[in-house]
Ligand binder design. Structure first.
Ligand code: SAM
Length: 216
């Protein structure tokens, strides 16, 4: 699979890599309780959404975050799930159609988080987890901010540099950004609503946190 039109050679590497390992990624993150932790987080911190809200899952991978969001909300929404990796998108589509979720709420696009194929202010909410670690942080957050409508939200689950994430960095070939850089760059466009720490008993708590921010 080539990504000539949408990504530089360096960015395309991540897409090609996930074309090879999408199933391994999906299995690893199913076994480590990621979905359950997302369910708990979303139950404790309901997002401000309404019928028909326009949502982008940027770097959707195999769809785990979108699926958690669909489990958390009972009304119809429009989620666009975007990823560089065609294989990941195929897996995400399969997961949505096999789940008790709502396939009609989801559409899919192949694309690059650094040059999103959407106009300014196109979404009420952007969710992203584990994708900005593959791109320069400032450029990624600038591009996500561009497509979020004024007062819309960003839900970002960055990877924190920890011993657990060091292992994931090797396995999945990414680089965590420092928490300070994440907050500083987020605050260039957004007001941070909360910074949630998963409990240490949850495996993703060893490497991830959740930042909800509102576009100013
Ligand atoms: C660690 S996985 C996270 C997947 C999903 N968000 C989740 O929470 O399970 C990272 C995903 O980011 C995608 N990705 C990496 N760089 C990207 C880019 N520049 N544009 C779009 N997707 C990208 C990869 O293809 C991969 O599917």
């Amino acid at each position: 699979m080539e990504y000539v039109l949408t990504a530089t050679k360096n960015e395309a590497k991540a897409g090609s890599y996930y074309d090879k390992i999408a199933r391994l990624y999906d299995l690893t993150f199913k076994l480590n309780g990621y979905g359950r932790s997302l369910d708990q987080y979303l139950a404790l911190n309901p997002l401000s959404l309404s019928r028909g809200s326009r949502i982008l899952d940027a770097g959707c991978g195999t769809g785990l975050l979108s699926l958690a969001l669909l489990r958390a909300i009972r009304f119809p929404v429009n989620i666009t799930a975007l990823d560089l990796s065609a294989t990941s998108i195929v897996e995400a589509k399969k997961a949505v159609s096999q789940s008790a979720g709502r396939p009609q709420d989801m559409s899919f696009a192949q694309g690059n988080v650094l040059s999103l194929p959407f106009p300014d202010n196109a979404f009420d909410l952007v969710i992203t987890s584990g994708a900005l670690e593959y791109v320069p942080l400032k450029d990624g957050l600038d591009e996500l901010a561009r497509v979020i409508a004024p007062e819309g939200h960003l839900l970002h689950l960055p990877c924190r540099p920890t011993p657990a994430s060091a292992l994931l960095e090797i396995l999945f070939r990414f680089k965590s950004h420092s928490p300070r850089a994440v907050l500083q760059n987020t605050e260039r466009h957004f007001r941070v609503v909360h910074h949630y720490r998963f409990r240490p008993l949850e495996i993703i708590g060893w490497s991830k946190s959740a930042i909800l921010a509102q576009k100013t």
